[in-house]
Design a binder for this molecule. Structure first.
Ligand SMILES: Nc1ncnc2c1ncn2[C@@H]1O[C@H](COP(=O)(O)O)[C@@H](OP(=O)(O)O)[C@H]1O
Ligand SMILES: [Mg+2]
Length: 296
């Protein structure tokens, strides 16, 4: 009986790995597959284009990764909607009753892929830097569960590393520094750290760790290389959806800096602030954040 069950499960179970070039059926494994494919394309673009014209390299990378994601999503998930940084009109908030705007179909969809083909574009264009990423996330809504991120993958191709919800990393151990009272490490933008993050770090005796890409910063928290990522002042849903999906699957805290939930697939794709950190650190960090919330 047991053997029979095992056999039928093996035959009828969902395909984890692609067969004959087909990608995985499972959405989390598919997100990983897709982010990895775009990552390979981006490595090739860097090699072919070179670094002499940074602007040209950024544009070539953005376009090539976007095109790959667009084509593969159309081929393998044709019924799903897509919100992408590189899609025309993606940055536009849809406003009820605004005659010049068309309601995007993603607002009526119950499966939406939220993708950032190249996060950390600036770092991608700088030779030797590996802090850039591809983000692929799936947002779903159905009657059985509240709308949420159900799958996500963050590929960091220059680091040969991809984090995804199919094998979410284990909850990171308490870093030695935190356990022994050492400085909390807050990952922050290397080129535009928000002023309030510097003030917050001073108050709680934290150390800022600068790096590019929202995905790479959240990956640093997932891997235990940083204790928190705090951002405010501007960002869009695609900058955080995939890494937040992995962070939540790992067991980390992720919210707006005022502690309210991060919500995705909104009419306005702006999602200007967030905090991702170990759960044990969240109460202390959110309390300190209350005293430093930037004015809108
Ligand atoms: N003030 C702001 N307004 C809009 N986007 C911002 C922003 N600060 C950071 N971002 C976006 O967040 C990502 C990480 O930025 P940083 O490395 O500075 O932390 C980048 O995404 P892209 O590279 O996809 O554009 C960047 O554009
Ligand atoms: Mg981005």
């Amino acid at each position: 009986m047991g053997e029979q069950t095992k056999t039928s499960a093996r035959i009828a179970g969902p395909r984890e790995a692609g067969e004959g070039g087909a990608p995985p059926v499972n959405d989390s494994a598919f997100a990983r597959w897709l982010a990895d494919r775009a990552g390979q394309v981006l490595l090739q673009v860097r090699q072919d284009t070179g670094y002499s014209d940074g602007k040209a390299l950024k544009t070539a990378g953005d376009q090539a990764a976007h095109e790959l994601l667009r084509a593969e999503l159309a081929r393998w998930r044709p019924a799903d909607a897509v919100l992408s940084e590189e899609d025309e009109h993606s940055r536009t908030a849809w406003i009820e009753g605004e005659p010049t705007l068309t309601r995007p179909n993603r607002l009526d969809a119950n499966r939406v892929w939220i993708v950032d083909p190249l996060d950390g574009t600036r770092e991608f264009s700088e030779e030797g830097r590996d802090d850039w990423a591809v983000h692929v996330a799936l947002w779903t809504a159905d009657s059985s569960a509240p709308a949420r991120l159900t799958a996500g993958a963050v590929a960091m191709p220059a680091r040969h590393c991809t984090l995804a919800t199919d094998h979410a990393p284990a909850y990171p151990p308490m870093p030695l520094e935190a356990a022994t009272g050492g400085a909390i490490r807050i990952a922050a933008s290397r080129t535009r750290p928000p002023a309030f993050v510097t003030a917050l770090a001073e108050e709680i005796g934290a150390e800022l760790v600068p790096m590019g890409s929202a995905g790479v910063k959240i990956a640093a928290v997932i891997n235990g290389d940083a204790d928190a990522y705090v951002h405010a002042g501007g960002q869009y849903e695609w900058d955080s959806a995939a890494p937040v999906a992995v962070a939540l699957a790992t067991g980390l805290h992720a919210s707006r800096i005022d502690g309210t939930p991060l919500t995705y697939n909104q009419a306005d794709p702006k999602l200007p602030d967030l905090v991702v950190c170990r759960k044990d650190l969240a109460p202390r960090l959110l309390a300190a954040l209350q005293r430093h919330l930037p004015s809108e």
